[in-house]
Write a protein that binds this ligand. Structure first.
Ligand SMILES: C[S@@+](CC[C@H](N)C(=O)[O-])C[C@H]1O[C@@H](n2cnc3c(N)ncnc32)[C@H](O)[C@@H]1O
Length: 338
């Protein structure tokens, strides 16, 4: 797996391209973006001193001439909330004697059929400590192959936990479980940001390869690698939950979307949570009505004291809720054993 290191010699040329031609501008006034959402940016990498795989980081440094002015009360915590960074790669550079025909200077639709293309994209998350996390998303894998909105909010929650002295004890020295982790983002974020003792990332069996490759991509130093384990856990499977070990902190992002699994999901939370543990659930309403939602929280209340932090800004954990939660419609619940 290639290391994600900065190439000090590489240069990148960028141009906008739309389906109507490389420089056309439609009524958005922004080249590269049409009202339909279609549009693209093309990148050309030059002057690199080394060949082999490269990853291209695309992020927002400045916003100007944005067509919809942002209302003052929705100004994001940082630019990454407005336009999410991406990583594209691996891109393989070849020596100039193997250059493709000049057709790649034309709009992408006109490139020769056999032009090698890169389809893998990575989300790129800044961390307070030790660089960045690159998360490979595999949309073709289905639900688990992407980072969901609640996870974006919970990344910021973890950073607040790690940063503020009043919350640090939630993580430091603790066993953290990222339950049904999808890409593994939250578990790796906890590992990077804190001095937690151990991280267990769980998922359905078929989702484990993507998580393992993300772990390998981000945690190549032996120390961190020893502190993270990736294990199968089907909700309600008691033996699998026991194999994970009791957790001091359980992170569960966007796990409520099938009402038929409510009971088994709660059973796993009960199995995993240490007597003095804490569970944080990020929830974004998708298909459920109020009655179905209430049924889940009632099931939880048989075992846990449940607090919706969005409704309790004065709660000691109120400071864990980032502005982004309101912006993207994510609710953050805390569960502690009753
Ligand atoms: C909407 S995704 C959220 C993924 C990740 N936590 C995030 O927020 O980016 C829900 C996850 O729950 C997992 N899942 C669904 N049913 C499950 C079950 N019965 N047992 C364990 N995990 C399950 C899926 O594989 C999927 O990755």
């Amino acid at each position: 797996m290639a290391q994600l290191e900065r190439d000090p010699n590489g240069h990148v040329l960028t141009r906008a391209s739309t389906w109507d031609g490389p420089t056309s501008i439609d009524n958005t006034g922004i080249a590269g973006c049409c009202g339909s959402g279609k549009g693209a940016l093309e990148f050309k990498l030059t002057d690199s001193a080394s060949y082999g795989p490269k990853y291209l980081r695309v992020y927002c440094q400045q916003v100007h001439d944005f067509p919809q002015e942002q209302p003052a009360d929705s100004i994001p915590d940082d630019l990454d909330d407005l336009i999410l960074p991406l990583v594209i790669g691996p891109v393989f550079l070849h020596p100039s004697d193997r250059l493709l025909s000049s057709a790649t200077n034309k709009p992408m639709e006109l490139w020769p059929e056999d032009t090698p293309m890169v389809h893998a994209t990575y989300r790129w998350f800044g961390t307070q400590h030790r660089g960045h996390l690159a998360i490979h998303e595999a949309w073709e894998d289905g639900i688990h192959g992407k980072v969901w909105d609640s996870a974006l909010v919970m990344v910021k929650m973890i950073q607040r936990m790690a940063q503020h002295p009043s919350y640090r004890s939630y993580l430091d020295g603790k066993h953290v479980v990222d339950l049904s982790a999808g890409t593994g983002l939250l578990g790796m974020c906890a590992l990077r940001e804190s001095k937690c003792r151990r991280v267990t990332v769980t998922e359905l069996e078929e989702a484990l390869p993507l998580i393992k490759s993300n772990v390998a991509l981000n945690h190549q130093d032996g120390d961190n690698h020893d502190r993270i384990q990736v294990l199968p856990l089907l909700w309600g499977d008691h033996d699998q939950a026991m194999a994970c070990g009791k957790a001091d902190l359980i992170l569960a992002s966007d796990v409520l979307y099938e009402a038929e699994f409510f009971e088994s999901l709660v059973a796993s939370l009960v199995d995993l949570c240490a007597p003095k543990g804490r569970v944080y659930i990020g929830y974004k309403r998708r298909g459920f009505d109020h009655e179905e939602e209430a049924r889940f929280w009632t099931l939880c209340q048989a075992h846990f004291q449940v607090t919706l932090l969005n409704d309790h800004p004065d709660d000691p954990d109120g400071g864990l809720l980032p502005v982004l939660a309101t912006k993207v419609g994510v609710k953050l619940y805390r569960l502690v054993p009753a």
